[in-house]
Design a protein around this ligand. Structure first.
Ligand code: FDA
Length: 304
C-alpha cells in the first residue's frame, strides 16, 4: 500500500513540486545521488574505482516529452564519457541509459529517435572503451526496449539489457538473452505494475528472480546480478561458482557489503545516478524500503 502510494507519487507532478521544493530533502537525496553535474559523477567514479568497485553511471532524466531534452541527455552522456576518458576512468566503465530519456515516449517516431540517440551514446562509449546498458522501465516499454537492444547489438554487441524478475514474461526473455556475448542485468523491478503482467508478492518475485538467475548462469551470456538482497547475493555466489559474472548495487545502498564483495575479488559494479532530475529515481528508492522512508522523514524532522 505504502509502496503503491510512493510509486504513484513518483509519477505525480504535484508531489514532485512538493518534494523538490523542500530544501531539506537535499541532504537525503545526496545519499542516493552522486550530485548534479558531470564533475560530481567523475569524482564519485574516482572514489568507487579507487575502492576496488566498478561503475555504471546514469544521467538522471526520464519521460522526456521534448526532442530538445532528449538531445540534452545525449550530450550529457557524451560529455560525461569524454570527462571520464580525460581522467583515465573510462575504460571498463559502463553507462546506464533510460530510453525514455532519449525520446522513446515522443509521439510518432519515438522508438526511432531513441534508437538513433542511443546509437550516438554507444559510439561515444566505444570511443573511450566504455560500455552501455539499457535500463528497463515500465512494462509498456519492454518490447520497444528489447527491439532497440537487438538493433544496437548489430553494431555494438556489448550493449547490455535489463530484465525485471517481477514480470511474468521475464523467464522467457532470460532464455532468449542467455546467449554468447550478451550482457544481462537481472533486477527485481522498480515500477508499479498490474497483476495481469507482474507478480505482486515478494516471495513470487524472489522465486522468479532465482529461476531467471539460474537460466542466465547456465547460459552463455554475462549475468549482472543487480540486487541488495542478502539471500539473492548468496544464491548468485553459489550458482555462479566458476563462471564469469558480476554483482551490481545502487550508489549509497549497502556500501559495506559492496566493499566486502569487491574485497574478496568479485566484480562489484555500483550504479551511480547524477543530474538534477532526481525525483523519480529518489521516490522509487523510498518505495523499495520502509527504512529509507523513515530515514527521509527523520532527516526532515531533525533538520526542521
Ligand atoms: P529488495 O528491495 O527486495 O530488498 C531485499 C533485501 O535487501 C532487504 O530486505 C534488505 O535486506 C536488503 N536491502 C534492500 N535495500 C536496502 C538498503 N537500502 N539498505 C540495506 N539493505 C537493503 N529496476 C528497474 O525496474 N529497472 C532497471 O533498469 C533497474 N536497474 C537497476 C540497476 C541496479 C544496479 C540495481 C541494484 C537495481 C536496479 N533496479 C532497476 C532496481 C531494482 O529493480 C529493485 O527495485 C531494487 O534493486 C530493490 O530490489 P532488491 O533486489 O535490492 O531487493
Amino acid at each position: 500500500m505504502l509502496r503503491a502510494s510512493l510509486l504513484a507519487a513518483a509519477r505525480s507532478p504535484l508531489a514532485r513540486k512538493a518534494v523538490e521544493g523542500n530544501p531539506l530533502t537535499r541532504s537525503v537525496v545526496n545519499r542516493f545521488v552522486a550530485g548534479a553535474r558531470t564533475p560530481d559523477a567523475v569524482e564519485a567514479t574516482r572514489a568507487l574505482i579507487g575502492s576496488g568497485r566498478a561503475v555504471t553511471i546514469d544521467y538522471l532524466g526520464e519521460d522526456t516529452t521534448d526532442i530538445a531534452d532528449a538531445t540534452t541527455t545525449v550530450d550529457a552522456y557524451v560529455t560525461l564519457l569524454s570527462a571520464l576518458a580525460d581522467q583515465g576512468l573510462a575504460s571498463g566503465a559502463d553507462v546506464s541509459v533510460k530510453l525514455s530519456a532519449v525520446g522513446q515516449a515522443l509521439p510518432g517516431d519515438g522508438h526511432k529517435i531513441a534508437l538513433e540517440n542511443a546509437r550516438l551514446i554507444a559510439e561515444a562509449a566505444k570511443g573511450v572503451g566504455a560500455t552501455l546498458t539499457l535500463d528497463m522501465e515500465d512494462h509498456t516499454t519492454t518490447d520497444s526496449t528489447l527491439d532497440t537492444l537487438q538493433e544496437l547489438r548489430t553494431d555494438f554487441p556489448w550493449v547490455g539489457a535489463v530484465i525485471q524478475a517481477y514480470l511474468h514474461r521475464t523467464l522467457g526473455d532470460a532464455r532468449d538473452l542467455a546467449v554468447a556475448g550478451s550482457r544481462v542485468r537481472l533486477c527485481k523491478g522498480a515500477y508499479q505494475e498490474p497483476a495481469s503482467v507482474a507478480y505482486q508478492t515478494k516471495s513470487e518475485v524472489d522465486r522468479s528472480y532465482v529461476q531467471c538467475l539460474r537460466v542466465l548462469m547456465e547460459g552463455a551470456g554475462y549475468p549482472m546480478v543487480a540486487s541488495h538482497d542478502p539471500r539473492i547475493v548468496k544464491i548468485a555466489g553459489e550458482l555462479g561458482t566458476g563462471r564469469d559474472f558480476e554483482y551490481q548495487m545502487l550508489y549509497g545502498i549497502r556500501p559495506q557489503e559492496q566493499l566486502a564483495i569487491a574485497g574478496r575479488g568479485d566484480t562489484m559494479r555500483v550504479y551511480v545516478p547524477f543530474g538534477i532530475q532526481w525525483y523519480g529515481y529518489f521516490m522509487r528508492r523510498l518505495a523499495e524500503r520502509p527504512a529509507n522512508l523513515a530515514f527521509f522523514l527523520r532527516a526532515l524532522v531533525t533538520r526542521g
